[in-house]
Design a protein around this ligand. Sequence first.
Ligand code: ADP
Ligand code: MG
Length: 254
Amino acid sequence: MSMPVVSLQNLKKIYKLGDNDVHALRGVSLDVEAGEFVAIIGPSGSGKSTMMHILGCLDRPTEGKYLLNGVDVSGLSADDLAEIRNRQIGFVFQGFNLLARTSALENVEVPLLYSRPVIPPADRRARAGKALQAIGLGDRTDHHPNQLSGGQQQRVAIARALVNEPTLILADEPTGNLDSATSIEVMRILQELRARRNITIILITHEAEIAAYATRIVAVRDGVIISDTPNEPKSLLDDAPAAPMAAAARAASA
Ligand code: ADP
Ligand code: MG
């Protein structure tokens, strides 16, 4: 099998809270291959966001290893983590996290501002424009977030996540603030990214209907994985290509 995009090996995270230790992750091991669409589900407080922060190189584990595209990032400095994060990972959050007084185009440019070597402004604009076009917002580049619907704002955030051409997209409750029709539109875009560009997606959700669009469902509880199952995804794509995980599951049970 090829090298996993993500490999978590007996990951532990302990938060020190006054005299108390909070064991947020108690030994999590998980391999995710390129092109998988993984939904992480679990009740509030089970460690999902902690796992996401470590996956996103926003925080480091207390113990255990995290290999991202084969590189052990568990011991890197904050600066090195920031660089890896910027090059390899795109984030999509529940609250969109767009800059308010800034156009859609400029919002999508933000990750490019931190790129080294420096990307010239004209190239930044061109790449941001292309990313907006790719998710169907080519005609909204000058709009500010308050001039866009929730679904459009989340699509701007997805364009921002894509502009650096990451191998991995991490989405923490991306549909949490959206109505169900708009949620489905966001899930369709994520399914499309996976199908057409082989982007690996790890998404946190507490909604079973949302997890149903993933190719694999990982359930966590009290800081450990309690189940990990392939899922035949409910496809939102017109010409639904067979999902590798589903095909593999069928082959295994044949
Ligand atoms: P979830 O996202 O599944 O709701 P979290 O990862 O946010 O779970 O939290 C897991 C556990 O770790 C919870 O008991 C939570 O209270 C605790 N926790 C999360 N972040 C911190 C922190 N920064 N300091 C102390 N405890 C934390
Ligand atoms: Mg959370």
